[in-house]
Design a protein around this ligand. Structure first.
Ligand code: HEC
Length: 148
């Protein structure tokens, strides 16, 4: 038998790395444990987390919706209901002659009539939240649409 020695030698050579790995695994020194339990990765923030003043509008700075409505939007949402078809005798949007007669009273009278209500037209033309400026913008839009 010439081979058993050879086999033992080969076996020892092959086993050496295993033994050293096993030895590493069972190494319970603080350093070895620390190395084995290293996190796989670290998250690093590029910018320091300093709170920046927010530019988003807060509840206090948000304006009521009607303030930002354009004359056209007020007309579409509140006035068109009657003025698009002349409901209850409302002057129709595109009826220039009708609007000319109304405008002859003066713009401020038109505004007062809209604000306070006028005959079959309810106060503020139903846009109770509208400011006078918003109502004026709606009137201007309507006059413009009538070609005035
Ligand atoms: C419920 C129907 C109704 C709504 C809604 C309405 N109107 Fe009128 N509006 C009328 C009627 C009816 C008249 C005509 C009254 C009359 O002369 O007998 C009128 C007249 C007017 C006049 C002419 C007033 C004058 O002195 O001759 C203006 C300007 C006007 N409306 C603007 C508006 C605006 C702006 C809105 C929306 C914010 C609006 N209306 C919403 C029914 C309405």
């Amino acid at each position: 038998m010439r081979y058993p020695y050879l086999i033992i030698i080969i076996g020892a050579v092959l086993n050496l790395p295993m033994v050293s790995i096993a030895a590493d695994y069972y190494d319970r020194s603080q350093e070895a444990i620390h190395q084995r339990t290293q996190p796989l990765g670290k998250v690093q923030l590029l910018q320091p987390e300093t709170p920046t003043p927010s530019t988003a509008p807060t509840v206090d700075t948000v304006q009521p919706a009607d303030v930002v409505l354009s004359g056209e939007q007020v007309y579409q949402q509140y006035c068109a209901l009657c003025h698009i078809n002349g409901v209850a005798g409302a002057p129709m949007l595109t009826d220039q002659t009708e609007w000319q007669t109304r405008l002859a009273q003066g713009k401020s009278v038109l505004l007062q009539h809209v604000v306070n209500g006028y005959r079959a037209m309810p106060a503020k033309g139903t846009c109770t939240k509208c400011s006078e400026q918003a109502l004026q913008a709606a009137i201007d839009y309507m006059l413009e649409q009538a070609g005035l």
